[in-house]
Design a protein around this ligand. Structure first.
Ligand code: NAD
Length: 264
């Protein structure tokens, strides 16, 4: 019996089979969770429906997090199918390409800054707020995805790093707010993985190569690596963990210096 047997999970953020959300869905399905899905727009609808069918689900709901009415409608519709649910996976981020390439200030505008924060950080709090009535008293869990750029200044990541810092702070405030209601809130800070969103970041191929050479495990992580930890964090096995950012990056973030050679 899987460790998510009897749990129901809503998965956002599938754009392709390479999406981190797909890896999380795979692991949660394997561990026995019942799944529902959202898609951002009509272009992605059939792709998400196909993924859902592979996981034995016919609950596929529209959700553009920029639109308050869609957020409300999504949880209304979910409530028609499920009287409650246990797990909310937030795997959503966006910043315009010019804001995540080149120098921080060159791509910076009030609009880009606001948009990155709205879609990538505010949306976590907005979804948690809308999900709250359906997640009461079930030992539930919310999971989001962050990146090292929240803590360190990384070339090209720019305004998305600032938005991820806001996302990680949002995780802590949500954890404090929702803990007494039996809802835990955690983030995974994932190492770089080639997905559609990542392709927008300047120099992404070089980032992958750098991590492969310098991470202690000498490889980049996969959506399966992230999915397994995500499934664990949302399960009762992690009942004592909330408000945390767990790194799934092959150890890259702990390295200070390498490459000096033996005895040097
Ligand atoms: P992806 O492109 O597969 O997924 C991004 C998702 O965000 C897409 O499904 C897209 O539809 C959704 N999205 C964007 N704007 C939206 C909106 N307005 N409403 C609803 N959905 C919207 O890429 P991914 O890498 O799987 O990204 C998932 C999460 O993982 C993101 O938060 C990303 O920042 C984070 N992350 C990715 C990496 C990486 O290297 N790929 C590393 C660390 C963290």
């Amino acid at each position: 019996m899987g460790f998510l047997q009897g749990k129901r999970a809503l998965i956002t953020g599938i754009a392709s089979e390479r999406s981190i959300a797909s890896g999380i869905a795979e692991a949660m399905h394997r561990e026995g969770a019942e799944l529902a899905f959202t898609y951002q727009n009509d272009k992605l609808k059939s792709r998400v429906e196909k993924a859902a069918a592979e996981f034995g689900s016919d609950i596929v709901l529209p959700l553009d997090v920029a639109d308050d009415a869609q957020i409300a409608a999504c949880f209304d519709a979910l409530g028609q199918r499920w009287d409650g649910f246990d797990i909310l996976v937030h795997a959503i981020a966006f910043a315009p390409r010019e804001a995540i390439t080149g120098q921080f200030l060159d791509g910076l505008t009030r609009e880009n800054f606001a948009l990155a924060h709205d879609i990538s950080a505010y949306s976590l709090a907005a979804l948690a707020k809308a999900a709250r009535p359906l997640m009461q008293g079930r030992n539930g869990a919310v999971l989001t995805l962050s990146y090292l750029g929240a803590e360190r200044a990384l070339q090209n990541y720019n305004v998305m790093g600032v938005a991820k810092a806001s996302l990680e702070a949002t995780v802590r405030y949500l954890a404090l707010n929702l803990g007494p209601e039996g809802i835990r809130v955690n983030a995974i800070s994932a190492g770089p993985i080639k997905t559609l969103a990542a392709a927008g970041i300047g120099g992404f191929r070089k980032i992958l190569g750098h991590v492969e050479q310098n991470a202690p495990i000498r490889r980049t992580v996969t959506i399966e690596d992230v999915g397994n930890v995500g499934a664990f964090l949302c399960s009762d096995l992690a009942a004592g963990v909330t408000g945390e950012v767990t790194y799934v990056d092959g150890g890259y973030s702990i390295v200070g210096m390498t490459g000096l050679g033996d005895g040097e």
